[in-house]
Design a protein around this ligand. Structure first.
Ligand code: FES
Length: 378
């Protein structure tokens, strides 16, 4: 039976007079719905089974709330910074950081979902009805009757008097909301402006002197962090390239600092010795005319596109190649990009030698290295 063939719809005044039960029946009639069965989920109130069902639902909501809070606490306070394997406890705690975030957030979502499912299954009445499909959009009368129907279902599910379920569901949803809000906020907890002069800040690399006058030497990587091999100008043949890392005397006996210098992503530098005929054709960048030492030029190894290591130097063309997306940089032209997606020159490190001929950096890069830092000025 379609709505058009059903009983005469009531007037607006009659509609306003009707209570929820009447609206419920009217809605059924108008839509040609026949309710075959509409049992109360708990016809006898306060049974042990009902209380057990209530506790079960509350358990999942409470679990969701606890897991949500645990996620926020882990996200902010768990020791997340990398620790060397020889620091057993530190490395173990660090290794738990990501799994902990996944487990707690997963549990919070799962607990809330299972709580809602169980509540619906145990407390929302499941009617059995048969309805013919009608044509056209919803009319006012349909909206009023369906609202009555939904309100009735809520009423029959006895949510109003189940304060334990309401409280735990609220706590679960609240903790999950807190976790969702903490995610974008947490990324701002590390203040990029804090200690901006420090080599560990986002503004600097490991080449930043810790104090005025400190010489940060160019160091070869022999594969053994404790083996210090500094580089002299004559160590490189014309047309050669070597990757070097920062070394400071104050770290000579600090195993951790020595190995960290190799690991920090913006530390590697390509030291290139141009052939004399090529060196005569060099075009220097304004303000960086004295960054080289003779035929030696030091460019960051971090590609200005998306940060891959630009580890290929082609002696014949003096091009530096990035294997990731094939950007090419001209070593004779202050490392400016001449092919591929990179748009910024490779940052150049100012270098010179001490009185024994060892190469050192006269300071940090004067522009951002690689693409990573979003507050760049160039
Ligand atoms: S990262 Fe070097 S070209 Fe894309």
């Amino acid at each position: 039976m379609s709505a058009e063939e059903g009983p005469k719809p009531p007037t607006e005044a009659e509609l306003a007079e009707m209570d929820r039960d009447q609206l419920l029946k009217l809605g059924g009639k108008l839509d040609g719905v026949e309710i075959v069965d509409y049992p109360e989920p708990w016809p006898v109130k306060g049974t042990r089974a009902e209380r057990r069902a209530e506790r079960l639902v509350a358990f999942w909501f409470a679990l969701s709330a606890l897991a949500g809070l645990a996620f926020v606490v882990s996200l902010i306070w768990w020791p997340w910074q990398y620790k060397e394997p020889n620091d057993e406890r530190g490395a173990f705690l660090y290794s738990l950081y990501t799994p902990l975030l996944g487990i707690t957030l997963g549990l919070a979502i799962l607990g809330l979902a299972i709580g809602v499912l169980l509540y619906t299954k145990k407390f929302v009445p499941a009617e059995t009805a048969v309805q013919e499909r009608g044509d056209g959009g919803s009319k006012e009368i349909d909206k009023a009757t369906i609202l009555a129907h939904l309100a009735d279902a809520g009423n029959r599910s006895t949510i109003a008097r189940r304060s334990l379920i309401k409280r735990t569901a609220g706590a679960g949803a609240g903790a999950l909301g807190l976790a969702a809000a903490a995610l974008p906020v947490a990324s701002f907890i590390k203040d990029p402006w804090k200690n901006s002069d420090n080599k560990d800040s986002l503004w600097h690399t490991g080449w930043q002197p810790a104090h005025p006058g400190e010489k940060v030497y160019l160091r070869r990587n022999t594969g053994k962090p404790e083996e210090i091999v500094l580089v002299k100008a004559e160590d490189l043949d014309a047309g050669a390239m070597e990757t070097v890392f920062p070394f400071r005397e104050s770290e000579r006996h600090d195993e951790h600092a020595l190995s960290q210098a190799f690991k920090r992503s913006d530390n590697p530098v390509m030291l290139i010795r141009l052939r004399p005929t090529d060196a005569a054709r060099v075009v220097k960048r304004e303000g960086q005319e004295d960054f080289n030492f003779g035929d030696l030029y030091a460019y960051t190894k971090i590609c200005s596109h998306v940060g891959c290591p630009t580890s290929l130097y082609e002696q014949r063309t003096n091009r530096i190649l990035c294997p990731c997306h094939q950007s090419q940089f001209d070593a004779l032209h202050y490392g400016k990009p001449i092919f591929g997606p990179a748009t910024r020159p490779l940052a150049q490190l100012p270098i010179t030698v001490d009185d024994q001929g060892y190469l050192y950096a006269r300071g940090d890069f004067i522009e951002p290295v690689g693409p990573a830092f979003w507050e760049r000025k160039s």
